[in-house]
Design a protein around this ligand. Structure first.
Ligand SMILES: [Zn+2]
Length: 209
């Protein structure tokens, strides 16, 4: 538990550094220009300025970066917003399980894959795809935390790093962005649900600040 180094690699080879908290499972803005590698690695230097209230860059301007988080070198792909000069997210590798828990991908007539909550259209971008469900969706216990192994339940199928496909021509970017930036609805399809994603919902609210 505690704070660990997250390394953010840009397409041009630039590296930035940030703190990752295992308490809320989230990488934190700001980014830092340097890293100190004595004892536990730490992001250091003058924090790079960012503006949470600046307009969001367009999807085409978002920069796909690679985040590597210590101590286990967990790696995932995330979006950096040049306008806000901040990491938009996902801010944790665990996002893959959250997506899998609640969403499926469904193709529209043009072949574009959209994210549909609980595998039901409409998509979160507003589109109404009518194709087959593509099999991402894996409801609980995928997201439930296993205290014994300190990880998701082993019954979870491999959860894809969907943001790695940001530049794929057939992935709906507005869906991915909407998923990142919109708080989870409170409603659930199950009667008397046990809140399915409590820790995740908490982490995500922390991201959304
Ligand atoms: Zn969409």
């Amino acid at each position: 538990m505690g704070t660990w180094l997250a390394t953010i690699r840009f397409p041009d080879g630039t590296e930035r550094y940030a703190d990752y908290s295992t308490v809320v499972e989230s990488t934190y803005n700001p980014l830092y220009p340097e890293v100190r590698r004595e004892g536990r690695d730490k992001a250091v230097g003058e924090p790079l300025p960012y503006d949470r209230d600046a307009p969001l860059s367009s999807p085409g301007e978002m920069v796909l970066v690679t985040v590597t988080q210590q101590p286990d070198d967990d790696v995932w792909r995330a979006l950096y917003c040049p306008s806000r000069a901040m990491l938009v997210g996902p801010l944790s590798d665990f996002y893959r399980y959250a997506l899998q828990e609640d969403y499926d991908l469904i193709r529209d007539d043009g072949g574009v894959r959209h994210l549909c909550r609980w595998a039901d259209p409409p998509a979160i971008c507003g589109a109404a795809p009518t194709g087959e469900r593509l099999g991402l969706h894996f409801p609980s216990p995928g997201m439930h935390w296993n205290e014994e192994t300190d990880g998701p339940y082993p019954t979870s199928p491999p959860a894809p790093d969907l943001f790695a496909e940001w530049n794929a021509p057939d992935i709906c970017r507005p869906c991915l962005l909407a998923w990142l930036l919109t708080p989870e609805p409170i409603t659930s399809p199950d009667p008397l649900p046990e809140p399915p994603s409590t820790w995740w919902t908490r982490a995500k609210r922390a991201w959304l600040g």
